[in-house]
Design a protein around this ligand. Structure first.
Ligand SMILES: [Cu+2]
Length: 147
């Protein structure tokens, strides 16, 4: 199913670049990606990154995909009346030139149902899905601390 969605993503990107949109295939960039190492048997890991939009147009992130996790999501932690909660983030908009920081205590990738045991030094692949159908991919190393 993930493969089908990936193929569909490429198809959408291709059909888009074949028409008028071809002038600008600028895409946002994932920087400093990492996944926090978790104890053996953990069913959820957290991923962090900086998402930079070097383009002259705003970009909208709508979802996250990964072959290494059964259920990846974008979450935001926030403290409401002294209690820390996590919310699912439906859409993230980056203005031209803007960088969004995913860091402990704030925005994060909630990476649920890992497909295999992950230890420090392993790597996972994660794609952010853009509203226009494109994907932004990065390899995320599993680490104990932020790079
Ligand atoms: Cu979360």
């Amino acid at each position: 199913m993930n493969v089908l969605r990936l193929v569909l993503g490429f198809a959408l990107a291709c059909s888009a670049s074949a028409c008028v949109v071809a002038a600008d295939d600028c895409a946002p960039v994932i920087e400093k990606p990492w996944v926090r190492a978790a104890p053996p048997g953990a069913t959820t890991l957290a991923g962090y990154l900086v998402l930079r939009n070097p383009c002259s147009a705003a970009v909208v992130v709508t979802d996250v995909e990964s072959r290494d996790f059964g259920m990846p999501m974008i979450h935001r932690s926030e403290v409401v009346e002294g209690v820390s909660r996590m919310r699912h983030v439906g859409e993230l908009t980056l203005a031209p030139g803007e960088s969004l920081v995913f860091a402990p205590g704030g925005l994060h990738l909630m990476l649920m149902k890992p497909e295999r045991a992950l230890a420090e030094g392993d790597e996972v692949g994660v794609r952010l899905v853009l509203a226009d159908g494109r994907r932004v991919f990065a390899v995320f190393p599993v680490r104990r601390e932020a790079p």
